[in-house]
Write a protein that binds this ligand. Structure first.
Ligand code: AP5
Length: 187
């Protein structure tokens, strides 16, 4: 099994690259943001989730961890996972390591997509014309970046210390970023 995390600020291209890698390597793409949006549409917890997403804050760990663990459990017969937008704080990073270890699995690599805030905001603003996402507006985007800086970015040290972190330049075109990633995975 190959288990990857794709990491980076809002709008860095995590979802875009995770789709391409999952297709190429036959991995399951698990996006916590997407799982929450599905839950929002179908589940009883919809209003609660929307409140956090629209405020640009993290949805409580208890809910997100459960959604991810259920999705992993359903797909243990597959070639591996690419986690997108998860984990997003130290508690989630620890939970993921423990849960994978309990299945005899581990994280192989964390791909950190580096993009500065202004470039990322420009991408999200462009996407907002078609995404239909209620959190793709200037005010929420600002809050999403604050949350990223204070709660998510510190996990990079955790992964650096575990020897699984690799940095990717997120600025080039989608195809170029993808070939950088595939080159790293081939090594
Ligand atoms: P989530 O859905 O994870 O949003 P995000 O992290 O803010 O990331 P985005 O989806 O905005 O961007 P992306 O990096 O995937 O970029 P994309 O490929 O789309 O989370 C939303 C909310 O859910 C959170 O704020 C929180 O409330 C909650 N949540 C989610 N996970 C959680 C967790 N684990 N715990 C608690 N709460 C959680 O690309 C962006 C745009 O740029 C696209 O239009 C794309 O076409 C374009 N693009 C991509 N790459 C390039 C490129 N190389 N060049 C030019 N354009 C590009």
């Amino acid at each position: 099994m190959l288990n990857l995390v794709i990491f980076g600020p809002p709008g860095a291209g995590k979802g875009t690259q995770a789709d391409l890698i999952a297709q190429k390597l036959n991995l399951i793409h698990l996006s916590s943001g997407e799982l929450l949006r599905q839950e929002l549409a179908n589940g009883e917890l919809g209003q609660e989730i929307q409140k956090y997403q629209d405020a640009g804050e993290l949805v409580p760990d208890s809910l997100v961890v459960r959604l991810i663990e259920n999705a992993i459990t359903k797909n243990l017969d597959r070639a591996g996972f690419i986690f997108d937008g998860y984990p997003r704080n130290l508690n989630q990073a620890n939970s993921l390591d423990k849960f994978l270890a309990a299945q005899g699995l581990k994280l192989d690599l964390v791909l950190n997509l580096e993009l500065d805030e202004q470039d990322a905001i420009d991408r999200i603003i462009l996407r907002s014309q078609t995404s239909g996402r209620s959190d793709d507006n200037a005010q929420t985007i600002g809050k999403r970046f604050q949350t990223y800086q204070t709660q998510t970015l510190p996990i990079l040290d955790y992964y650096q210390n575990h020897g699984v972190l690799t940095n990717i330049d997120g600025r080039p075109s989608i195809a170029e970023v993808n070939s950088q990633i595939l080159k790293i995975l081939a090594e």
